[in-house]
Design a protein around this ligand. Sequence first.
Ligand SMILES: C[S@@+](CC[C@H](N)C(=O)[O-])C[C@H]1O[C@@H](n2cnc3c(N)ncnc32)[C@H](O)[C@@H]1O
Length: 264
Amino acid sequence: MDTSFTKQETYIQEFNSKDYLETYYSAEKGVLKGEWLNFALRKLHETFTPGAVEGDTLIDIGAGPTIYHLLSACEVFKNIITSDFLAHNRAEVQKWLKKDPDAFDWSPVAKYVCELEGDSENWKEKEGTLRRTVKQVLKCDVLKRNPFEPEVLPPADCILSCLCLEVACKDIQSLCNTLKHFHDLIKPGGHLIVLSSLNCSFYYVGQKCFYCMAITKEGLELAFKGAGYEIEKLEVLPREHRSALNISDSDSYYFVHARKPHNL
Ligand SMILES: C[S@@+](CC[C@H](N)C(=O)[O-])C[C@H]1O[C@@H](n2cnc3c(N)ncnc32)[C@H](O)[C@@H]1O
């Protein structure tokens, strides 16, 4: 399908947070609840363990209306700053943080992460830990030189971003520029963790089709290296369940753990 680049104005008017959560993460029929969530949560569990990637502050970019990707990080960071471009996505996150009865139910996902950690009974405590660790939910625009403008954030130990950069960036050059925008947000030697889809050209939210940059593994490596990062790990999981290709046409998921060199 040939989907042209989605303008920011279209995101503001047509990205429906509730439809997104229902389509991709509902416990019954969420398109991402199988392979994607298992892959992403396992990689994040392996990454955010004491002695591996940990520290004072993690900045999360493009969370949408979700929190699933922070459930491991909240055990090894003191502060999490999460963010998204859209006010209504940030409002959904705030609802979950405040235990609003209308908030999305992430408890099946929290239980799964607790199983990975070896204590499946611990999910309520984990949700409490995450609620305490998220200190800010900020507006961000990764296309800006300072994505948090006008706020200037001190450099963090780690930046995390899931399923965001390929929808915000039109092409590899734009992705490379965006990764460069993150330099000032990461301490020297700090971590950049990105998880997303390969070869995905569109995704639906409700009836609306949104653009995604179809990037290959080689393109991804070019963008990270071109932006000056050292790639520590790059893993790809081919998508086996091809049943929802009319909703999103990715052929695999990827995980990148990169580092900002000390001299950058
Ligand atoms: C496919 S959703 C991913 C949401 C969530 N991270 C997840 O894993 O399900 C893409 C997100 O990118 C955000 N986005 C689009 N353009 C952006 C930009 N220029 N800067 C930051 N976020 C952007 C959208 O608001 C949306 O929440």
